[in-house]
Design a protein around this ligand. Structure first.
Ligand SMILES: Cc1cc2nc3c(=O)[nH]c(=O)nc-3n(C[C@H](O)[C@H](O)[C@H](O)COP(=O)(O)O)c2cc1C
Length: 346
């Protein structure tokens, strides 16, 4: 059945793809090209020595990137979830599903999420809900896909931009309780507006298993929600709000966050994954770019793209003398004058 909630999920997919192709997208702060990798001292290293695996949640992940939360909740998004899961299984990637609140409200939609476990039976799968859901919903979302972790999104920018979005955000106590009670690791996640030093310190004090800084310059929910608001009921301009992924990573460094940081927001190449790891991310993920490749080139095209990243990453790591992803953090780098200026204001 097509409910307004399911319909929203379909619109998110089509608008996210449409805007990803828009070359004239507004820029939110420093992009990945404002960080340059410098040639460090020579090291004895060969591509075969490189180990791109990462350790997180007491698990080993074969690659420092995964398919980020996007969809589920309607017939057409079920197909997309099935395709993403098959590609994730073939390429050995972890995968997050989109918000499962639609299936908590309407259990007939649960299959559009369960399909991911069906196609990725051994995979590391991440459930997804908003930060206001009670522990019963969190357990239901985890059980629905037999999830290995759960993301709780703190998406105030998206809600404010959405005509039918939430208008109250009493999240902190709930997050604390979920983190204490969840049977799987909890990731607190932004969806594209980034995180400041202050926000990072506040979330870190809740002791989540990881924080996904979800920065700008990728999928923009300000743009998507405004485009969905065809009657212009909620005209709102968020262009002054937020931090890019690069800036958020440097904010996490400045805040001294020891909790693992996940970098999402605008990543569209192994080069950008490398830069994000160099700036301190434990791992990274991509949503909009993988979706755009899937829509343009189909599952085979997405598989090829991911395999290209898997081929390029060890080459970049060798170039930078890093045998492990943690060694990338020590690589000498140059920040653009604009980025340097932003960092000084954090
Ligand atoms: C079509 C689409 C739907 C999304 N739905 C969700 C969602 O339900 N829950 C969530 O936490 N994030 C959602 N996101 C946000 C992504 O997980 C990610 O945080 C954001 O898109 C930034 O990454 P990107 O620039 O690589 O797209 C969605 C993204 C896209 C493109």
């Amino acid at each position: 059945m097509q409910t307004p909630h399911s319909n929203r999920k379909n619109e998110h997919l089509s608008l996210a793809t449409k805007f990803w192709r828009d070359d004239n997208k507004e820029k939110v702060g420093a992009g990945f090209d404002e960080v340059r990798w410098l040639p460090g001292a020579l090291k004895d290293i060969a591509v075969k020595d490189v180990q791109p695996q990462v350790q997180l949640f007491n698990q080993e992940f074969a690659w420092p990137f995964y398919i980020e939360a996007m969809t589920g909740g309607s017939e057409s998004t079920k197909r997309v979830n099935a395709e993403l899961a098959r590609v994730a299984a073939t390429t050995g990637l972890a995968m997050a599903v989109g918000s499962q609140s639609v299936a908590i409200k309407d259990p007939t939609q649960a299959d559009s999420f369960r399909i991911v476990r069906k196609h990725h039976p051994e995979g590391f799968l991440i459930a997804n809900l908003g930060a206001d859901h009670p522990i019963e919903n969190v357990r239901a979302a985890i059980d629905m896909i037999d999830a290995n972790a759960i993301e709780l999104h703190v998406n105030i920018g998206q809600e404010i931009a959405m005509a039918e979005g939430d208008r109250s955000f009493y999240w902190l106590d709930n997050l604390k309780q979920i983190i204490a009670q969840s049977p799987v690791p909890v990731i607190i996640k932004e969806v594209g507006f980034g995180m400041s030093v202050e926000l990072l310190k506040q979330l870190d004090a809740l002791h989540p298993a990881a924080i996904n800084i979800g920065g700008g310059n990728g999928t923009s929910f300000a743009q998507i929600e405004q485009a969905r608001d065809k009657k212009n009921e909620n005209p709102i301009d968020l262009s002054a709000f937020g931090l890019s992924t690069v800036e958020s990573l440097l904010a996490a460094k400045k805040a001294g966050i020891q909790t693992p940081i996940i970098a999402t927001g605008g990543l569209s190449s192994a080069k950008e994954v490398t830069t994000a790891l160099l700036l301190g991310a434990t791992t990274t993920s991509s949503a909009g770019h993988f979706l755009e490749v899937l829509m343009q080139k189909g599952p085979d095209g997405l598989q090829e793209e991911i395999e290209l990243w898997q081929q390029q990453l060890p080459l970049y790591m060798t170039l930078l003398g890093a045998k492990t992803t943690s060694e990338l953090k020590k690589v000498p780098r140059l920040y653009s004058a604009d980025l340097q200026n932003s960092i000084q204001q954090f």
